[in-house]
Design a protein around this ligand. Structure first.
Ligand code: SAM
Ligand code: SF4
Length: 486
């Protein structure tokens, strides 16, 4: 087995504090606010103001059906106000599943002998990315186990390799490449984050898994790198200090009680905001899925029922109005479809998490647990998913403009807050939708897509902007020009 030194705790961020105040959270979760107070909190969030943990706790404790309905309604409204009806698409690329850790819930953990271990060669990585480009993807997240073979230099190199792949469309002559490569990788030191930032990563995503100290210790053996709660908790702060200012937080729901985890997530967002003037770019909330060699009933002792899961998403929407919410294909289609309406702004589609599994665009792969990290719940292809969104009033978007124009971190927050985002995001959603329709859509998706595009273009109030967007859409339709963003 490969060895990696345990984390050096002298290398924490400048802020370096454990903000997870368990006694406070537990106390807050026992207090019930009166209906009048809860209505005031909901009104505050309607104004797009982030909520405190006390206010978040009040929403979590509310169990009257009409208040819960009001929370959903407000989440729907807020999502519309901040993000419009766009849904941004991405797909993960699993680069390698060697791992020195032994997380109880993960199929990649070192003691799982059933897992087939694999790391993509450069050629294989290129082939995988090419297959994803041939489906229409423009944004990916590269996922790695934790292993000495996957140090920051290796991650940086794979990111550069992903950016380098080009695919020329045989019919339209357009040239496709990944426009934003995010990573989901184990915590690094400042030096490591600088190296991956240099390679041009978009978001750095790291999930705390659980913020509950005792549960964290049970799930992550102490003699492993991941066993160090504080090294992981501090990693988003180190990333920001090193220039990776789009960070993605997350909890693996099912390990500890969900209301506790929501308070901790919101505390993490507030902590980053207070220290670095930038909150998390995204929050993810995977629920534990069956995985090879995982005793799911022993691990997922606090599994979340669907109705609580949806309520959790709505409450997060209210608490952190400017943070993108991601729901992955771990969840079944019926849950994803509902969540899209009141909180979620990013989804993956056509996802294959088997290493080297992207081969034949449009075909659903046979899932095999010993070759992947866990079972996915939504196997729809990208085209199916796009058609579904188009039929239900959403605009699918492949936009990657903000990151490429330097609208990240604190600057992104400035853009996001006054609601400017809609003026740039909707136009970019429409031009990238046209790219998808011209290059990759099935005839059925193309037909509905053209109608939606025409309808959305009519909605522009600013005539100059409408003309600019129409001009770009026409250029994409009639030439091989692509990537015309605002
Ligand atoms: N090795 C890196 C780490 O631990 O941060 C990143 C890669 S890991 C493959 C990505 C995420 O998958 C983990 O952070 C965890 O939340 C999630 N995950 C692990 N096992 C899972 C399971 N059985 N079901 C759903 N999600 C799981
Ligand atoms: Fe390794 Fe990450 Fe899986 Fe833990 S969650 S076993 S660190 S790949």
């Amino acid at each position: 087995m490969s060895t990696l030194a345990l984390p050096d705790m002298n290398l924490l961020s400048k802020s370096g504090a454990d903000f997870v105040d368990e006694p406070l959270f537990e106390d807050l979760l026992k207090r019930k606010a009166d209906t009048g107070k809860i209505r005031e909190i909901i009104a505050k969030s309607k104004n797009k103001e982030a909520l405190t943990i006390e206010e978040t706790a009040a929403l979590l404790n509310a169990d009257e059906p009409e208040i819960i309905e009001l929370i959903f309604e407000t989440a729907r409204q807020l999502k519309e106000d901040v993000y419009g009806n766009r849904i941004v698409f991405f797909a993960p690329i699993y680069v390698g599943n060697l791992c020195i850790n032994d997380c109880e819930y993960c199929g990649f953990r070192r003691s799982n002998k059933e897992q087939i271990r694999r790391t993509l060669s450069v050629e294989e990585l290129h082939m995988q990315i090419r297959s994803m480009l041939m489906m229409g993807h423009k944004r990916t997240i590269a996922v790695y186990g934790e292993h000495r073979n996957y140090g920051p230099e290796y991650i940086a190199e794979t990111v550069k390799q992903i950016y380098s792949v080009e695919y020329k469309h045989p019919k339209t002559g357009s040239v496709q490449s990944m426009r934003r490569v995010n990573i989901n990788a184990a915590p690094l030191s400042h030096e490591g984050y600088k190296i991956v930032k240099e390679a041009g990563i978009g978001t750095y995503q790291v999930f705390q898994e659980t913020y509950h100290h005792a549960t964290y210790s049970r799930m992550h053996p102490q003699d492993t790198r991941k066993g160090n709660f504080m090294w992981r908790l501090d990693s988003p702060a180190r990333a920001i200090e090193s220039g990776c200012d789009d960070v993605g937080l997350g909890v693996l729901f099912g390990l500890a009680p969900w209301k506790f985890e929501v308070l901790a997530l919101v505390s993490h967002a507030i902590y980053l905001m207070n220290h670095y003037k930038v909150g998390p770019h995204t929050i993810s909330f995977p629920r534990i899925r069956p995985a090879s060699g995982v005793k799911i009933e022993e691990v997922a002792k606090n599994n979340l029922a669907d109705e609580d899961f949806l309520r959790m998403i709505a409450i997060l929407r209210l608490s952190v109005p400017y943070t993108g919410l991601i729901i992955t294909a771990r969840e079944p289609a019926k849950i994803r479809d509902v969540a899209l309406g009141f909180g979620v702004s990013q989804v993956d589609a056509g996802t294959v998490i088997e290493i080297g599994g992207y081969q034949n665009p449009g075909t659903v792969q046979q899932q095999a647990l010993n070759r992947e990290q866990f079972h996915i719940g939504d196997e729809r292809t990208l085209d199916d998913m796009i058609r579904h969104l188009l039929n239900n009033g959403f605009i699918p978007s492949f936009c990657t403009a903000c990151y490429r124009l330097g609208r990240t971190g604190e600057v992104f927050m400035e853009y996001a807050k006054p609601g400017f985002i809609q003026n740039m995001c909707t136009p970019n959603a429409l031009t990238t939708l046209q790219e998808y329709l011209s290059d990759f859509a099935s005839p059925e998706t193309k037909a509905i897509g053209e109608k939606v595009l025409a309808r959305e273009l009519e909605k522009f109030k600013d005539e100059k902007k409408r003309r600019q967007v129409c001009d770009r859409v026409e250029r994409i339709r009639n030439t091989s020009e692509r990537d015309l963003y605002f």
